[in-house]
Write a protein that binds this ligand. Structure first.
Ligand code: ADP
Ligand code: MG
Length: 196
């Protein structure tokens, strides 16, 4: 089964063509890296996969369903590209950020119940950030923040993880540890991983 199938896709920003003629198949269980220079359209490709941007040509299938009509967003974990100082004054704790990932799997009225918090604890445990639960996101190092966002992406136990330059802002040791965690998610937990 293909997790993701991209068929001859083009994406435009107004008159500017950011991507064109992109085709790609990612099978369940794959670990795939997307590489290319700055501005080559990698983030745009992820946003198109997530139906955050419309494709102007072609189609994208997620688990066999057109992304425009896809409903199972809890199957997809996304860690957006972050800038180092984006969250400095953002008034949310680590626990709240991780819990916000639960909303992808919820329909109206999108409430978080106490049993949901078990999944939040589990995701924080997986990323070894339980001790940071009550800290504000902006107080943490880049590497700690990345673990928080990976925990947020993992909270619904997704089948595929889309990671946009997850370690761009962290030191080499943290980077190595982070990739070890992602490798385990792929090899031991069978998660499909697509990494920029
Ligand atoms: P990458 O992630 O590979 O660095 P992006 O997908 O972010 O590249 O950007 C691809 C191209 O699209 C770049 O030329 C960028 O300037 C442009 N672009 C990205 N986002 C927008 C936007 N919201 N509006 C207009 N142009 C954009
Ligand atoms: Mg990018």
């Amino acid at each position: 089964m293909n997790a993701i199938e991209i068929r001859n896709v083009c994406v435009r920003y107004g008159p500017m063509e950011a991507l064109c003629g992109i085709s790609l198949e990612i099978a369940s269980g794959d670990y795939v890296a997307v590489i290319g220079p700055n501005g080559s359209g990698k983030t745009t490709l992820f946003k198109a996969m997530l139906n955050l941007l419309p494709v102007t040509e072609g189609s994208i299938l997620l688990y066999g369903h057109d992304s425009k009509r896809f409903r199972d967003w809890q199957k997809v974990g996304y860690v957006p590209q972050v800038s180092r100082d984006l969250h400095k004054v953002f008034p949310a704790t680590v626990r709240e950020i991780v819990a916000s990932g639960l909303l992808a799997a919820k329909r109206f009225p999108r409430m978080i119940f106490s049993k949901d918090m078990d999944n939040v604890c589990k995701a924080m445990g997986l990323m070894e950030i339980e001790n940071l639960a009550d800290r504000l996101i902006g107080e943490l190092s880049g590497g700690q923040q990345q673990r928080v966002f990976l925990a947020r992406a993992m909270v619904n136990d997704p089948e595929v993880l889309l990671l946009d330059e997850p370690t761009a802002a962290v030191d080499p040791n943290t980077r190595e540890r982070f990739y070890q965690i992602v490798k385990d998610l792929n090899q031991k937990n069978g998660k499909t991983v697509v990494l920029i």
